[in-house]
Design a binder for this molecule. Sequence first.
Ligand code: FAD
Length: 409
Amino acid sequence: MASIPTITPPPPRGAPNPTPRAPLKIAIVGGGIGGMSAAVGLRGAGHDVTVYEQSTNFTEQGAAIHLAPNANGILRRWGITAESFGGNAMSRLVEHAADGRVRRDVDLSRANERWQHPWHLVHRGTLHVVLQAQFKQSGGVAKTKARVEGVESEAGRVLLERGEGIGDVVVGADGIYSTTRSFVKDAKLFSSGKAAFRFLIPRRLAEEDPVTAPLVEKRDALHMWYGEDRRIVMYPCNNNDVLNFVCIHPDTESFATERDEWGKQATLYQLLEVYKDFDPVVKALMTKVAHQLHRLQVWQLLDMKTLPTWTTGRLVLLGDAAHPFTPHQGQGAGQAIEDAAALTVVLPLGTTPDEVPERLALYQHIRYERAHVIQEYSRLAGRDWVNGEPTVDMMAYTNYNFGHDELDH
Ligand code: FAD
């Protein structure tokens, strides 16, 4: 990576500040979790922020996600608390063999005391609504049906189908299939070798069935069932009302081999076929998705070679556009939120348009190593088991991911 960028020093103490504290005009391309977090942070710092989002109704797809202490702490600083929108505190990790036997049951209450902020499980869509509301309340502008087709990185222009938007800064937060990334560096996506089914089940359905009720007795618990090359992850969100499933398996069985954005419709038959050798109780639980089959989706988990740089001129990338994440450490959204916070710190009110390129280089310097280290941990945690044992403990990198210097093991 490039050496530390030089920054124009501030005026000496007591000297008149030659630059008025004028806001920058900031155009954010993409209004997902990363783009909306940057919008909240940068608008909160006092800048003029416009979000350009291609979709019509601005809804965030997907089911639930982890808000680990590192991301939760940032949101709390912005006045957003997961408890207020149905976040569940993560208090227990239960690991099962594929046949259902409990291999490990970890009470996380002591570990939770060590981290500076709570570890929550939240619904992605709800978090997105909360971020949108905060941004709009603070006077930010969000344009929907506004797909950005190109960027002029030196001029800070985003090119829309009709017209253009002008900014002192353009933030490319347009996700894994990023358009803005191609104006920084070309990069090819490739299969990580895995794909995932994702769906939600009302907890009530599990509790009403005597076969599945014991499985959901423990609240605030994350369960994992491990096969050699596939696994099922289940955890609650929405005040424990909803159970979120992510079922990860070899991509060869994904039924989703073409570009499919955030997933395509799958069938219950496909789901049960891929997990046919698993515990009948967890399979009984999974069949309860039948009440909302349209929400059963499968998608390829893609990866990308590390970009040598995330920025050029006035254009900067964040979130999955800069560093797409596999889901094995639950840190993709968290790292996008950390990017947003770092960008907010390096662009305080009073930053002049001329200073923008050096500030963006500083943002990259702050974030590049940490985001890519955690991206690599996520790849490692997704490896298959060997001889019935995990090659990497799912909790091995937790301390680093959560913002502490040392590793757990
Ligand atoms: P996105 O969420 O992809 O948002 C990009 C936005 O840009 C979209 O709204 C899109 O419509 C818009 N857009 C795209 N192109 C354009 C354009 N040209 N013009 C205008 N708008 C455009 N992360 C976690 O932290 N915890 C988890 O537990 C977790 N679980 C996951 C489970 C699975 C199975 C997967 C696949 C991912 C998971 N992630 C998790 C990862 C996380 O969802 C992503 O890393 C995170 O959402 C990245 O956010 P983003 O804003 O960068 O991109």
